[in-house]
Design a protein. Structure first.
Length: 360
């Protein structure tokens, strides 16, 4: 395992323990103290211990913020807050928001139930309603504060309006594929995608970012950028990921594209496992909560499975595009199956075959 991969594993393990188990600060201090006598006998082991302790401290800080969130502190009953919408309410009246101010002094994310079309994406609202612990704040009164919104929310709404004009009833599917806005996707259609092992197509993933990067590289070459075309793809996918709000799978894929562009510019060929490790570190730096999210685990496991399968294939005698596609799909399915079974309680047996047909 490359040193950068060991670094990622140590940091992620510490981050998970600190966040999920609310690691006491004294334990973090003891780990750091334990690294001191190892400094001379096993310097790399001491370094990994320090990295794990840093991850644990960061995880503890994230856990403290989550425990101080309104979603955790609010009791059942009537509450008021100033919030900023992450996206416009879906057709079923659901929306996510970030609490900017509340009388209780809390913050964090909260689910809202409010009329569709009540406010645009990114709007700042005063909301008064009834909260159900573990559920949503049912808005009884909503007031939009001002008309100015961040540019990325304006762009998202413009794309959603255009998709509605072009695709009509199919627009929710397009919004899921392009904007990661899945609130209006027909639940029956979503269930069919899940049962066939294609749920990842409805969620923004490396596939979507890869398509955007490939098109941008082609455009760059058409414009005469030559060897600089990959940089256009790298910058473009980070802009796209920012537009999406940095979901973990898209951030990981954007990291891949940026590392590939840098490696090409410097004429280097880093091992795939090292590239994956760096991309995971980028994801955890942007969104520490990703360490306990099923989507992030599935994304990393799928890529690791395809990398290891490709490595095994290179050692053998059977090669070719078809063989590589079939074996890579099998590797991704095998490594994600335990996570899928644990989180969702089932594994789509047809996933291997359906992905081979659907992805191209």
């Amino acid at each position: 395992m490359p040193p950068v991969a060991q670094t990622t594993v140590a940091f992620a393990a510490g981050l998970w323990v600190g966040r999920a188990l609310f690691l006491p600060w004294v334990v973090i201090g003891l780990v750091l103290a334990g690294a001191v006598p190892l400094r001379w006998r096993a310097p790399w082991g001491a370094t990994l211990l320090v990295i794990a302790a840093v991850g644990g401290a960061h995880g503890r800080w994230v856990a403290e913020r989550e425990r101080a969130s309104c979603a955790s502190r609010w009791s059942a009953g009537r509450h008021a807050a100033i919030v900023r919408l992450a996206d416009a309410p879906s057709g079923r009246g659901m929306a996510d928001a970030v609490v900017r101010h509340a009388p209780e002094g809390c913050g964090g994310r909260v689910h809202l139930r409010m009329p569709a079309g009540a406010a645009p994406s990114g709007a700042t609202l005063v909301v008064v309603g009834r909260y159900t612990p573990g559920g949503a704040l049912r808005a009884e009164r909503v007031r939009v504060l001002g008309a100015r919104r961040p540019l990325r929310f304006v762009v998202r709404d413009a794309v959603a309006r255009r998709s509605g004009e072009l695709f009509g009833d199919r627009a929710p599917l397009l919004d899921a594929l392009v904007l990661d806005r899945r609130g209006d996707v027909d639940p029956r259609l979503r269930a069919e995608f899940t049962a066939s092992g294609l749920a990842h197509i409805l969620a923004i993933s490396g596939l979507h970012v890869g398509i955007v990067a490939a098109w941008l590289v082609l455009v760059g070459r058409a414009l005469g950028l030559g060897r600089r075309a990959p940089w256009l793809g790298a910058v473009g996918v980070w802009v796209y990921t920012f537009l999406l709000g940095f979901p973990a799978p898209a951030t990981r894929a954007a990291g891949f594209v940026a590392i590939a562009a840098l490696a090409r510019a410097r004429q280097r060929h880093p091992p795939a496992s090292a590239v994956l490790a760096v991309a995971v570190l980028v994801v955890l730096a942007i969104d520490p909560a990703a360490v306990t999210q099923a989507g992030a685990w599935l994304s990393v496991a799928a890529i690791w499975g395809t990398i290891e399968t490709a490595a095994l294939l290179r050692r053998g005698k059977r090669r070719g595009a078809v063989v590589e596609m079939v074996t890579s799909s099998a590797g991704g399915v095998l490594t994600t199956a335990p996570i899928t079974e644990y989180v969702f309680g089932k594994v789509a047996l047809a996933e291997h075959d359906t992905n081979i047909v659907a992805i191209p």
